[in-house]
Design a protein around this ligand. Structure first.
Ligand SMILES: [Cu+2]
Length: 459
């Protein structure tokens, strides 16, 4: 369905692409409890000349409100579901007690329409996180339910400004309505629901205003169902300081391009070394034939002033246990299926298209495929035996990515979601120190819903 929105518009490309609450532990210094409401709303997404879009939202906002905390604080949120269907909230990337993980039928009952659920847990790690439903996620996130969760360091890096870009991808018709073909076989068996409109913080901006000489901290969140981004900051030299919330040795991304699969985050230091009065495009060319301009950095005519070019201190590490590879238990998990791959034998009947270790798993029926010993290091090889990329997300833990296709990674970065390109394999290592049954799944939400889902027990 060709749609004539200006710019961030891909015509028919999407198709071609081929309770453990512990109220006693609240400290006087903790921020107050708050309410988060899932509600239907109307939101001006595309802007001038288009009608508002009917969305599902948190608190009527797209994206949902930014939940701001400081490291070590306790989050207390009463989730109220005012949607026409059941939902839950998953706080993505947070190392929290299992009962707070927001996975329906596994860690909690679905929150029915009109019902509430109390989420309450400490935030051990600083960084950039996000929250979204974990029930019917493909449709619920696709209709707008997502938001950022920021946990500030005790000593944040010295910058002139901090920006947050929540990147969301929408499939809209000519009237800016969400195309409701969620869960169709075409999306599920290929790259997932890739839309035709990309929003930054809920709108489609032409540009953002910057000042020459500024140093920005830019927090990027990919809240899209399926779209992978490869961002090029033309004329600029971004430095990555964190992935998925966790500090990494500051480095320039490979070929200058910041790649973010669904659910992944990156924190960048962006020194604004361009010329005053000029515009510099930020281009997304992850899918090379579908490259487009996300927005422009629009420089003011001010004279240069700010912290750009000054020394950069790495962030303090989060208190994550270091894996001990010599004593690790080793496992392999193989992701299979999909178009041009080996689909499960009785696929279409149950809409199951993808497999984990040969089995398609229904979203609400994930039996543990592995039992890990509490406190011991796990070294798991994740094998993508398909023709499609998959961002694989583990709940309740973060892991180091120690190798890709047999070669050690340059940064051994901590992540909660690792993007496996087609036919790629990666080894991840972590201390299984958070007891419970935890999801391990593809974060292309259409793949998750059609079999690429599993659970791991830590006990
Ligand atoms: Cu996938």
């Amino acid at each position: 369905m060709p749609v004539n929105f200006p710019r961030r518009m891909f015509l028919s490309s999407g198709f071609a692409l081929g309770a453990g609450a512990f109220p006693g532990l609240v400290r006087a210094s903790d921020p107050p409890a708050r309410v988060l409401r899932a509600v239907t709303a109307r939101h001006s997404l595309v802007g001038e000349g288009y009608p508002p879009t009917e969305v599902w939202s948190y608190d009527g906002k797209i994206p949902g409100p930014v939940l701001n905390y400081r490291q070590g604080e306790r989050l207390r949120i009463t989730f109220e579901n005012h949607l026409p269907e059941a939902s839950t909230v998953h706080f993505h990337g947070i190392r929290l007690p299992n009962a707070m993980d927001g996975v329906p039928h596994l860690t909690q009952a679905p929150v029915e329409p009109g019902a509430k659920f109390q989420y309450e847990f400490d935030l051990p790690d600083a960084g950039t996180y996000w929250y979204h439903p974990h029930l019917g996620s493909a449709e619920q996130v696709g209709r707008g339910l997502s938001g950022a969760l920021i946990v500030q360091e005790h000593a944040p890096p010295a910058v002139d400004r901090e920006l947050l870009w929540v990147l969301s991808d929408w499939r809209l018709d000519r009237e800016a309505r969400i195309v409701p073909n969620f869960g169709n076989f075409m999306d599920a068996s290929h790259a997932g629901r890739i839309g035709n409109t990309v929003s930054v913080n809920g709108s489609v901006p032409e540009s953002i205003d910057v000042n020459p000489g500024e140093r920005l901290r830019l927090r990027l969140v990919n809240a899209s169902n399926a779209r992978i981004y490869g961002l090029n900051f033309q004329g600029h030299d971004p430095v990555v300081i964190a992935y998925d919330g966790h500090p990494v040795a500051p480095h320039r991304p490979e070929r200058g391009r910041v790649v973010l699969g669904p659910a992944m985050r990156a924190d960048l230091i962006l020194d604004l070394a361009g010329q005053s009065g000029r515009n510099y495009p930020v281009v997304d060319d992850y899918y090379p034939r579908l490259a487009y301009r996300l927005l422009d950095l629009r420089y003011s005519k001010n004279t240069r002033a700010g912290r750009a070019g000054s020394a950069l201190q790495p962030l303090a590490p989060n208190p994550v246990a270091e894996p001990v590879l010599e004593r690790a238990e080793r496992h392999q998990i193989v992701f299979g299926g999909g178009m041009m791959g080996s689909m499960p034998r009785q696929p279409a009947a149950r809409g199951m298209i993808w497999t984990v270790n040969g089995q398609p798993v229904h979203e609400h029926d994930a039996k543990p495929i592995l039992s890990l010993e509490l406190g011991r290091t796990a070294l798991i090889e994740l094998v993508n035996d398909t023709m499609w990329p998959h961002p694989i997300h583990l709940h309740g833990h973060v892991f180091r990515v120690v190798s890709r296709d047999g070669s050690p990674t340059a940064h051994r970065e901590w992540r909660d979601t690792v993007l496996l390109e087609a036919r790629q394999r990666a080894e991840i290592a972590f201390v299984a120190d958070n007891p419970g049954v935890w999801m391990l799944h593809c974060h292309v939400l259409e793949h998750q819903a059609s079999g690429m889902m599993a659970a791991i027990r830590v006990a």
